[in-house]
Write a protein that binds this ligand. Sequence first.
Ligand code: C2E
Ligand code: MG
Ligand code: MG
Length: 671
Amino acid sequence: MFGVPDPKKLWRRYVVALGLIFLFLMGSHLSAVLTISGTHSTASDIDNSGRQRMLSQRILYFATEHAKAQDNAFAEDLTAAIDSFETAHIGLLIASNRSDDLKEIYFSDDESIAVNTLSINYIKDARSVLERSPQAADALARMQEVGPYHLLQRLNTAVQEFENYAQKKVDELSFLQSLSIASAVIILFLEALFIFWPAHKITISTLLKLEKKQSELEKAHTDAVDRNKELEETRSHLHHESRHDALTGLANRRYLDTELSARAEELSSSGGKLALLHIDLDRFKQINDSLGHAAGDHVLEHVASVLRKVVSGDDFVARVGGDEFVIACSGEASTEKLSGISRELIYELSKPIKFGDSLCHFGASIGIGIAQAEGLQIDPDKLMVNADIALYRAKEQGRGCHVFFTPDMQQQVDEGKKITDNIREALNNGDFIPYYQPQFDTETMELAGAEVLVRWQSEEGLLEPEKFLPVAEVIGAIPDIDRVMLEQAANDFGQWRDQGLTVPLISVNVSAKRLHHPDFITSLRYCTIPPENLVLELVESIFFEQQDEQFFKILDEVKRLGIATEIDDFGTGHSSIVSLSKISPNGLKIDQQIIEPIADDASARELLKAILDIANSMGITAVAEGVETEAQVRVLKDYGCQRLQGFWLGKPMPADEFFAFVTSYSGSKAA
Ligand code: C2E
Ligand code: MG
Ligand code: MG
């Protein structure tokens, strides 16, 4: 009941309160009107009864004087007094109804004191005197006896009683007043209790709720502001991260692109040069492979700090790839300044750095592109390509140097691009064909096998591998070339066999990319050359690649298929005794560079002997490549090299020529 009412239902209480106040007002108004009107008539009763006393004495006086007088000089006054007395008496008789005491005074059983009886008799006697009736003298005598005493006394009593009655009414009125004040107080109290207090409680609870809501809102606002701040921080952090390399903190490729576009735009109006130094680390891969990625990261961080130290104020440094960095210089960008920066960088980056107990040896090659904003806006992409071409050239020149881009480099690149397009087309058109170079058994000089060597029948004539293999390597076309060579060799092998010629061994060159190609093993499994007639020559690129678990798994698979492997170009480049023992091939091909001097140079023969000893000790076949003279053949025969390949014995030739060559060779040998 005293709880907080439903604020929406509070109006009902207000209606009840208003109704109560209305009823109370109406009630107290009505009772006041009634009481006042009662009091009003009571006042006139007092007045009348007072006048009645005075009239009773006036009647006595006029009656006495009338009786004494011979004429009727007082008759009129007496009559008027009697009439007034009678009229008032009738009113007072009605008024005597107001209380029992008044009734007793007017209508007492004892007629000697009943004012009504006394008054009626008094008037009767007065009329008797007025009319000078025979009994007038008695009547006057009775009047003189009753008038000043009994009647006057009783009339006094009546006045007194009317006054008492009036006093009673006044008391009642003041009681009513008190009652209405008390009622008003009670109603106010009840209203306070049932309406204003709940309303107050509602107001308070609403206020509290509002305060709570306000503090919640304030908190929400503060939270929102905090969250906004956090978001803003995260956004700027993300913005920074999206434009910087996480490891070195240098700008990343994307940021570099934006920066170059901005500088190109600026230079287009102000003029000046924009130069890019494209820096590539030498031997970085080896550090990663041999010492792990932590060492690689350490080197990259070191390089970043060197770059920061070497560049000047306005230069912009970015890391654009694993071990590639770019410095953008705008403004003067003279070749002297750029050469100076490059030399300093190459010098600083050639110093080995420590990582744990190991020393990391690396270096840097730098390609530089410069563009002058002359009328036309500099094209940052083109400039980047130029710096990249120059870098490629720096690497070709033996690394650890810097090279400026020149327009003729572009020409070479364009040619390279043309070759690239042509290689793709040639692969589609079947323009890569196999040439076969015979191999002979040193003891019997019988045909021992043939190496499959790719040739390109291009519009410019027949191209040898050195013309297109480097480009094919770059564009990743070598695996396709290897695949095509194996397919065509298998085809030729089948045709020769159909014609009665079985070539004992068909050696195909296999690049690292081909070896790792997903369909390599499948292609060997379905190759129509029997495994015992097939040899895979592992070319130099294989030894550049990491010889990981996968590599040895593939080799195992090849061995399981019964296909022989030979290490190509042994004694030079990257094929080593270590890899020989790890790979355990079926044979090795001694490089032409070792064969070439053996006829004339004793120490060359020593080297040859050492290699042959290794092969013998491992129980594998040795093949000599690039045999160009009979003297070389003799030495190789003496030293026990099992197979020979070279121009002196037979140059690489197309399939039909090879068939003819072998048939006529066998014939001549037989003859
Ligand atoms: P390679 O596998 O060592 O091939 C032997 C190279 O020596 C051939 O050059 C051959 O023509 C040349 N040669 C043979 N005898 C003599 C000689 O007496 N004197 C001289 N001066 N050279 C001789 P070619 O055909 O130009 O091949 C060069 C290299 O290209 C090959 O060296 C091989 O590494 C690669 N290659 C050729 N064909 C393929 C192929 O189909 N796939 C792959 N991956 N590489 C191939
Ligand atoms: Mg070869
Ligand atoms: Mg070779």
